[in-house]
Every structure is written in C-alpha cells, then in structure tokens.
Design a protein. Structure first.
Length: 236
C-alpha cells in the first residue's frame, strides 16, 4: 500500500522520526516545517495523505486543515500537544479525518495511517450504492449528501456518521459505536465529539434543528437516522 505522504511538523527530529517509520512501510515521504510550505506542497503534488502538526509557524496547523478541507478531500491526520477536549473537537470540526495527541506511539501512528489509506482507497475503488433515509441521500462514491433535493456540505466526520446511519435507517447507534466508527480507540476523544457532530448535522439536515425529526436522540441510548418527514412525531 505505497502512498505519497506529506509530513508537516515544525520539530525537525520528530518529522524525521515519522518519515523513517513511513518509509519503512514503503511510503514516499516529503517533510515540511511550516504551514505555508504544507499548503504549497498539497497544491503542487496532491499527496495521498497528510500528517499535520498543529503548532507550526507561518500558518497554524488548524488553519492549514481548514484551507485544505475547503479545497480537497485529502485525508488529514492531525498531531498535537494540545490535549483539551475543546482543542480536539475543533480539529475534528474543521475536517480532520483523525487526531492523535502527543506523546504518541509511532506504531499506533502507522496503524492510523494504514487505516486511513485503506478507507480512502476502498471508497475510490469500490463505489457503494446511494444510501437513503427519508429525504436524506448519502452517496459514498461521490462523497455527497443531498437533503430535500439540495446538496449540503459536510465535514469528513459528519459524512461518516450519516453514511453509517443511512446504511441502517431506524437503527439506534450508541455514542461509543459512532465514536469507534469515526476514530477507533483514542482515550483523549470523548463521546462529546459525537454530540458536536450531531448538533452540526442537525443544523444542516433538519427543517427545525431544535426539533429534530431526522437525526433523533433515543434518550439513554444514542442516536438514529429516521425515515421521518417534516412534521412527523418522534422521540427527539
């Protein structure tokens, strides 16, 4: 599974360590040490994946993630020494595909890279059918979501939640199941990340976000995506 990986890390020794591990797995690697260079490299060579540090000069890593996500679907794995929940949620909300806090195990980092590359390539090579739940249509092949006939923009995390739930409309998913689907096991990411994604999704897919009828809460359990039409009663 050879890929071109861009490592954006201002700590030269840390960048070199990540580079050596990636090259050992057979990947081609380019390292840069500031946010502006990271953006230039993404636009010039279109890497398969970017490992992105948050604390970088010239352009902050979170700004890099926001800009990249606005321009492409490049998988982004964020590395950061910031460990507060708000920092983690911000990175996910800006469109990061995965998030690891420092210090981290290089072996775990390689496992995360492999998982992201497998997921990306599977989506590209084996287009899945369009999934529907009422007025919500999720197209995995095009990475598009259409609600009431209009296309809406989703972050990668939001899209993964809709794709998971639209595959089984009416099924209740616990926060832990959704979190595992999004990020695997990470002790720093809590179920609040799921609540943030759900809150943002409701703003995009619900006729009245404060009275959801599509992405509803099953109290004490989790969330489900329903086939409900606007005005239908539900247990939101």
């Amino acid at each position: 599974m050879c890929a071109y990986v861009l490592v954006a890390e201002d700590d030269v020794k840390q960048a070199d360590l990540v580079r050596r591990y990636l090259e050992h797995e057979g990947h081609r690697v380019v390292t840069v040490h500031d946010g502006r260079s990271a953006l230039d490299e993404v636009r010039r060579r279109a890497p398969d994946l970017m490992v992105l540090d948050v604390m970088m000069p010239k352009v902050d890593g979170l700004d890099v993630c926001r800009i990249v996500r606005a321009e492409s679907d490049l998988p982004v794995l964020i590395l950061t020494a910031r460990t507060t929940e708000d920092d983690l949620l911000l990175g996910l909300d800006l469109g990061a595909d995965d998030y690891m806090t420092k210090p981290y195990s290089p072996r775990e980092l390689m496992a995360r890279v492999r998982a992201l590359l497998r997921r990306t390539r599977a989506a590209a090579s084996a287009p899945a059918p369009v999934l529907t739940a009422g007025a919500v249509a999720v197209d995995p092949a095009r990475h598009e979501v259409v609600v009431d006939g209009r296309r809406i923009e989703c972050t990668p995390g939001e899209f993964q939640i809709l794709e998971l739930m639209a595959g089984e409309p009416g099924r209740v998913f616990t926060r832990e199941q959704i979190l595992l689907h999004l990020h695997g096991f990470d002790r720093y990411i809590t179920s609040r990340a799921v609540d943030v994604h759900v809150m943002n999704l409701r703003r995009k897919i619900e006729p009245e976000p404060r009275r959801p009828v599509r992405l509803v809460t099953v109290h004490g359990v989790g969330y489900k995506l329903t086939d409900a039409a606007p005005g239908s009663p539900d247990d939101a």
